[in-house]
Design a protein around this ligand. Structure first.
Ligand SMILES: [Zn+2]
Length: 312
């Protein structure tokens, strides 16, 4: 059923293009005298492409604030946008679990780049609950995100080599900011007493964050949000929080809060008053007009929220 729908919408899109006499999108056309059309899945990737590409790119992110990429299904409109793009940047490592088929199809029409799949595999985590696959949440370690930014630069230079200097200057400026951000996060993390550096959230998005900034991460739901936490998971984690007197647990903006509320109730039932420490941006950023609507603001918000809740 899905394949039929996909084939049909793709047919409409592609036949629409040829009727208009539009040039086929893709890597083979000369783009040096026009703006490059970019489609990304998450907002984080869109933000990175804008920082590298500046005025040379027109970026459309398919997934807005609060959208969960693990569950996201492409609409006919998305397929249309992707097929007209010069390049599609997506995370890969199965983050966009329901779009694998589409990316495969799209490769016949345009250039695609899975930005997280260019990271050295020795840096990737492969937690047991993800059945041999790599953890896709690479944006939580700023030094890994720098690798992603460099890979985006490489791709844009391949498409538009006439402007390679423009891209490399912008990339260097942005990487300087990211390096500052990384140092800032490290300096904030160490202000939390060592025995309190636990990060409890609804799903295991924060493993790279924990490794980079020194927190032990305890998630309720496993790597993907596709399976919900069971009652036994809630009780086991409630026990750990009670034993270690972890002061706060966190809600994520792209995951329903009910499992974290259930966890809080289970800890309180044991006689320890654990707080909900605030909202973390995990798999999506904030709205565009807010400070959390870009990657740097999102990381700053998360580290501030975590540090404040665990130290007070
Ligand atoms: Zn996730």
């Amino acid at each position: 059923m899905w394949k039929l729908f996909f084939a049909f919408s793709l047919y409409l899109v592609m036949s629409g293009c040829s009727k208009d006499g539009e040039q086929k999108a893709g890597s083979d056309g000369d783009v040096s005298s026009r703006i490059i059309r970019v489609v990304t899945t998450t907002g984080m990737i869109a933000d990175a492409v804008k920082n590298v590409g500046g005025e040379r790119v027109d970026v459309t992110a398919l997934m807005g604030p609060g959208v969960d990429p693990h569950l996201y299904k492409a609409s006919a409109g998305d397929v249309s946008k992707m097929s007209k793009a010069d390049v599609i940047f997506y995370n890969g490592l199965h983050l966009e679990g329901k779009m694998t088929e589409i990316f495969k199809e799209m490769r016949r029409f345009t250039r695609t780049s899975a930005v997280a799949e260019g990271i050295e595999t020795s840096r990737l985590l492969s937690p047991p609950e993800f059945n041999g696959n790599y953890d896709p949440h690479v944006w939580f370690d700023v030094t890994m995100w720098i690798e992603v930014v460099e890979s985006i630069e490489n791709t844009l230079v391949q498409i538009d080599s006439a402007h390679s200097e423009y891209y490399s200057n912008r990339t260097a400026d942005y990487i300087r900011k990211l390096e500052e951000l990384h140092e800032y996060a490290l300096s904030r993390a160490v202000t939390v007493p060592e025995g309190k550096r636990y990060l409890v959230t609804a799903h295991d998005a924060f493993n790279y964050f924990g490794r980079a900034y020194g927190f032990q991460v305890l998630g309720l739901q496993g790597i993907s949000t596709a399976s919900e936490a069971g009652a036994a998971d809630v009780q086991n984690l409630a026990h750990v929080i009670f034993e270690k007197k972890i002061p706060a647990i966190f809600v994520e903006t792209s995951v329903p809060s009910r499992s974290i509320k259930a966890l809080q109730a289970a800890v309180r039932a044991r006689g320890f008053d654990v707080k909900v420490g605030g909202n973390l941006f995990s798999d999506a950023m904030g709205s565009e007009e807010t400070p959390e609507g870009n990657y740097i603001g999102m990381v700053r918000h998360n580290i501030e929220t975590i540090v404040t809740a665990l130290t007070n």
